[in-house]
Ligand binder design. Sequence first.
Ligand code: GUN
Ligand code: ZN
Length: 443
Amino acid sequence: PPPRLTAIRGSAISFSGNPFHLPARACFIHHADALILIEDGRIRAFEPYDPARVPAGVTPVHYENALICAGFVDTHVHYPQVQMVGSFGEQLLAWLERYTFPAERAFADPAHAEMAARVFFREILRAGTTTAAVYCTVHPHSVDAFFAESERFNTRMVAGKLLMDRNAPDDLRDTVERGYEESRALIRRWHGNGRQHYCVTPRYAGSCTEAQLDSAGALLREHDGLFLQTHLSESPDEVAWVRDLFPARSSYLDVYAHAGLVRPRAVFGHGIHVSEEEFCTCHATGAALAHCPTSNLFLGSGLFRLFDALDPRRPVRVGLGSDVGAGTSFSALRTLGEAYKVAALRGDALDALRAFHLATLGGAQALHLDDRIGRIAPGYDADLCVLALDATPFLAFRTARCESIEDLMFVLMTLGDERTVRATWVAGECVYDASRLPDPFRY
Ligand code: GUN
Ligand code: ZN
């Protein structure tokens, strides 16, 4: 068949490097009127609009009063927790017992998992998120339901079955052997199947024995290109408990390092209460941290040291995480707005360029997928988010008064949310269009 060609026109931004480490002119691209040419799901050109460059027979989709960027990357989220967002009154350990385990127990029913996957994909695409690192439940069919829904949208996703062999209710625990065998079967079924990537997912040191963490390490050694995700140093009570559970380890991260889990494509959620040495280990190994500000504020877990993590002397890969259901929004814009406030409480100022990098290319780098996603650039997957500057009357009023692209981006992350997303494109297809009613989804 002839190549499938599509074109998009509008104001667009992208990054070629990290504005934490480079001046804007060396890493930030803004075309006030851009042409994005897409061929077979990949970006072929990103350049100033010129009608002479539009291929014959192609009519660009023109987004006016909008800002186009790479699809957002959510580096830490729990799809089984969609039905418990906004549960009142507990900090991490009590919150897990009171809300999370009951919510995840419902996934014993495959139909429930399919329902939650449907809700999850609609919500993230509505928010402009096109790739995520996602925790499923301990039930293998929760992974099948998730990846089956991802295939329908052709999204690039990273996900896996929870490993959890202690400190959880009987019906939510696996064993070392069962977790290993079930993970292996899921890896065979899903890893490298289209755009799906398997992620070995021990919940955290509190819910895994040392033997189970070791078996997670074995899985990583036995298969190429796998991902690893878990939680690290989220709350002070949790850190103290893990110290008691693993008295022989020198730090929380060392618990994971000892099992061979600290490596490229490993993503550690939160990493709030960590030492300089742990930052250095992440830097040296290529492991990443997921900054989850709405969750950390909601559970009162603490303030992530973003500027320390990104210290140019030993930068750690950091992505943005919604951490739904402890996190309170699927929207990267909303999450960046809270990241700004967390930084402000620490005496730092997170500017819009650094923030949008964190939510796009930074997340892609955290996942070591920055050769495929996170940028608008030739050869990259055409995963895009179109933000509407007039999404609400007040946003139209306020954005009309922005004097620079940086001002505009900062207002979008301060006032914007999922209503701000006009369209979401996945591998060159518009899968979500806010103006297409009654059902804005197409798949
Ligand atoms: N630590 C272990 N499990 C979880 C979880 O589901 N959510 C959060 N925020 N922290 C965790
Ligand atoms: Zn989490």
